[in-house]
Write a protein of this length. Structure first.
Lengths: 311, 262
């Protein structure tokens, strides 16, 4: 708390504005850092401004929460933390009818991190048995911790799909192998083939929605469909800060983020298509025509049909 | 390929033992040439004429990696003046879709290029899926480049028709239940090399790590339920009709005694 006082400029509004700018510029990456930062902002709000009663505090928290969430609508963890804080405030207000204190807020950021570790330690061993083949996609700290804990008592194999074009599956495979687990790294195209061999699928997610669907890095939908086809259980490992009450009608469009096309098609390829692209645009101008070569690296986060989807 | 080798062996067996070697060789070469002409080149032409009927104006066609027959179908359709767009799906480590992209762009077709992982996002805008095949088993299972099955599965989940273009010489009477029983392994080091990626992959030096293995599968098996239609030189057939074609081919082969046109 002391460092928050030292590094802040004059007013609380500037603190919020700084955080919003960082979110917009994607300087804070990942749902856990975003959640922690939101919790810190909430704590600063409580300490730096006096509120006569719970109602005005709730109004302020909600206003700040809207601003933060609007800075990065894809990052649902921000809204989740704000909702938790509001819930805690309302709880406190009910138990003590007088002014609500800041002590309820201290539990929020610590609780997130610790709660996750305990879950991993206890449940890893329960859900995996010996000689199983676990399939996973890309890199997830939660999944890595889960598997590493379970590997202390169980012997199993892990198949990691690389998760192009991020290729974070390579890092996951290396880390798991260094932790002593038998790992096979495969390209994403082999996921359907290897699903016949897998006993379980364990993945992390960016967020989990109210209808049970999960938002996760691109490729997860295909893994989920293949798991459904082979009747393989799909388990999504998330921290509590990722559970969102949002119920979107089309998460592929609403909660999606795009990255640069250079990761998929390098500049030579794009240059090759450029003359044709311009000719196409000239021929179809005014009709709102698209370009003739669009290397679309869309869907960095793509919704998965989660375990609860009624297939 | 097993089909072709088997027919060549049958043909060799059926050669008269007393015939002079030069003449026998000449007859064999003539048969091989005729096989290529009939089963491959002419079949391709008929197949393309058949499949091109299914490309209509305003279509958004999805295709995966490189298949020469699908490329021919699409270039023929463009030559006939149909207006359509193509979405080329590519995957690692071969990145064959770039070859398909070049060929289609050379014919002036409007193309988009995505990686396999982005498929579930773009498939909603697709109207038809054209895929190639390496072989088709007698229960309708389609063996294709790794990733083919995932494309068909996603298209099926979004109710898009999947057309597999495959000549009849690729039909095989074996039944395959999953992708792993018969498959080919590619070079595992191809997974480690990441062209255009800043830095080195964490998998570099994987041979020295005892618990780490790399697997580069070349093919996978697409179940028949994902296939709407198979286009062959005999016309368009459902995947359940593959054994019928196989039976007719066997009857033709036994009737002609393995000689005079493989």
């Amino acid at each position: 708390m002391a460092e928050a006082v030292k590094e802040k400029p004059s007013s609380f509004a500037e603190v919020v504005e700084n955080c919003c700018a960082q979110l917009r510029r994607r300087q804070i990456q990942g749902s856990l850092p975003c959640a922690k930062r939101t919790a810190e902002i909430m704590r600063a709000l409580l300490t730096m401004q006096r509120h006569p009663d719970a109602a005005s505090l709730i109004d302020d928290v909600r206003a700040v929460g809207y601003k933060l969430q609007a800075a990065k609508p894809v990052e649902l963890a921000v809204g989740n933390i704000v909702r938790r804080v509001l819930h805690l405030i309302r709880e406190e207000a009910q138990t003590e009818k007088s002014d609500s204190e800041a002590d309820s807020n201290d539990a929020v950021p610590q609780g997130k991190a610790d709660g996750k570790q305990d879950v991993m330690k206890s449940q890893g061993v329960e859900h995996l048995h010996a000689n199983e083949v676990i399939l996973t996609l890309g890199m997830s700290d939660t999944t890595y911790a889960f598997l590493r804990e379970a590997a202390r008592k169980r012997e199993f194999q892990v198949v990691v799909a690389e998760g192009a074009p991020r290729y974070d599956g390579h890092l996951q495979a290396r880390k798991l192998a260094d932790a002593g687990i038998q790992v096979t790294a495969i390209p994403d195209s082999a996921v359907f083939a290897m699903m016949a061999r897998a006993n379980k699928v364990l993945v992390g997610a960016h967020a989990v929605l109210a209808n049970g669907g999960a938002i996760a890095p691109a490729g997860i939908h295909m893994v989920a469909l293949a798991a459904h086809k082979h009747s393989t259980p799909l388990v999504v490992l998330v921290g509590l800060h990722k559970l969102s009450p949002q119920f979107p009608h089309d998460p592929d469009l609403l909660y999606n983020d795009f990255r640069g096309p250079a990761e998929v098609a390098d500049c030579d390829m794009q240059a090759q298509g450029l003359p044709q692209q311009m000719a196409y645009a000239a021929a179809h101008s005014g009709v709102g025509g698209g370009s003739s070569e669009e290397p679309s690296n869309s869907g960095t986060e793509a919704r998965a049909q989660g375990a609860s989807h009624p297939h | 390929m097993a089909n072709t080798i088997r027919r060549l062996k049958m043909r060799i067996h059926s050669i008269d033992v007393n015939a002079p070697e030069a003449e026998a060789k000449r007859a064999l070469i003539e048969d091989i040439r005729r096989y290529i002409e009939v089963q491959i080149i002419a079949a391709d032409r008929l197949l393309v004429d058949c499949a091109v009927q299914k490309v209509t104006d305003g279509d958004v066609i999805l295709t995966f990696a490189y298949s020469h027959i699908v490329a021919n179908v699409l270039t023929k359709a463009a030559a006939l003046g149909r207006t359509f767009k193509v979405m080329v799906v590519d995957c690692r480590p071969e990145l064959e879709g770039q070859r398909m992209l070049e060929k289609l762009q050379a014919s002036g077709i409007a193309c988009s290029y995505i990686h396999l992982n982005a498929l579930s996002f773009v498939v909603r805008d697709v109207t038809k899926v054209f895929l190639g095949a390496a072989a088709i088993m007698s229960n309708g299972t389609v063996m294709g480049r790794a990733g083919n099955a995932a494309v068909a599965m996603t298209a099926h989940a979004h109710s898009k028709p999947v057309l597999v273009c495959c000549e009849s010489f690729k039909f095989h009477e074996r039944v395959q239940l999953d992708s792993i029983t018969h498959n080919e392994l590619g070079d595992p080091d191809a997974l480690v090399s990441l062209p255009g990626y800043p830095g080195v992959s964490p998998l570099a030096g994987w041979q020295d790590i005892p618990r780490l293995g790399l697997l580069n599968l070349k093919y996978d098996a697409m179940p028949a339920e994902y296939v709407t239609m198979i286009v062959t030189e005999y016309g368009m057939i459902p995947p359940t009709s593959v054994p019928v074609i196989l039976r007719e081919q066997q009857q033709d082969a036994s009737a002609s005694g393995g000689g005079g046109g493989m």
